[in-house]
Design a protein around this ligand. Sequence first.
Ligand SMILES: Cc1cc2nc3c(=O)[nH]c(=O)nc-3n(C[C@H](O)[C@H](O)[C@H](O)COP(=O)(O)O)c2cc1C
Length: 331
Amino acid sequence: MNLETNYLGFKLAHPLIVGACPLSDTLDGLRRVEAAGASAVVLRSLFEEQITAESMAHHRAMESHADSHGEASSYFVHNEDFKLGPDEYLEHIRNAKSKLTIPVFASLNGDTPGRWIEYAKLIEQAGADALELNMFHVPVDPGESGSFVEKQLIDVVAGIRKAVKLPLAIKLSPFYTAPANLAAQLEKAGANALVVFNRFYEPDVSVEKLEIESHLHLSTSTELALRLRWLAILSGQVKTSLAVTGGVHSAIDALKAVMCGAHAVQLVSVLLGGGLAKLRMILHEMTKWLQDHEYESLRQALGSMNRTRCPNPGALERGNYVHMLQTWQLT
Ligand SMILES: Cc1cc2nc3c(=O)[nH]c(=O)nc-3n(C[C@H](O)[C@H](O)[C@H](O)COP(=O)(O)O)c2cc1C
């Protein structure tokens, strides 16, 4: 079975890639990812907070009164929280590229335009095959409009596009008002792929401790449906590659994403929870399913259920919502 796919300009043997997560933190980890059969890997992100923290540390050292702002420093993320500092991150890319044969995609994660361009250039020089951008911003200010938030992202993408030749993937939040319009604008700004969607870890409230608490729960397949709708809507409307991230735990999940238009399928929770061997199991089951259903290649399935090709596009739109509410019955 031919499972080949094109993602971000790379011809991949199959669509299963390892998404940004701790599995890629060390060279040994990366070797295991490659040996497990991943067709590409996204490194865990370099965070804007790391870059800022490092600059602040330099600044404080220069001013030589590093301890005089004890209270203020508690607001900053501490460098010890991160596995790799900015320089180590670049070194990790160089090492990964010298030892792996699969494409290695770096990742930048931030919330303000900040120093993305500078680091995109360094990441390109370090030899990464592509760059995934994850701009996670929480617009808490009532004066900050949706169009402003979108413009910041588009400007960052356009700025990076001018500065580097690297293929660029944008990991999108599901909370934009009009994802199809944003996707079209990102494509115009120079994005080569859209990754659908970033997964958030919503803060919870401890009523006993009166504290905000956060817990990282691995995903389940229930999170896939949101991604399927938007993949199906975007597929055929943008020329960028599409990748799914969030909620892929089985071969059927992966096939659904491909049918809705995903050229690449990012796996994280399923591998963190079930081990890297899960990747080959999913690949094997995908192959078997396609053979059993007389597909000649994965390409034949790609986008076959997107909004322009599925038999009932209304099911992806408001009509489905109205129908579901009106026809629900107590059993
Ligand atoms: C422990 C952990 C670390 C992660 N680190 C990053 C990261 O550095 N950058 C990023 O963009 N996403 C990161 N993610 C998110 C994943 O790449 C992925 O988008 C998310 O887990 C949804 O996919 P899944 O359902 O397959 O887990 C992380 C996820 C986990 C569980």
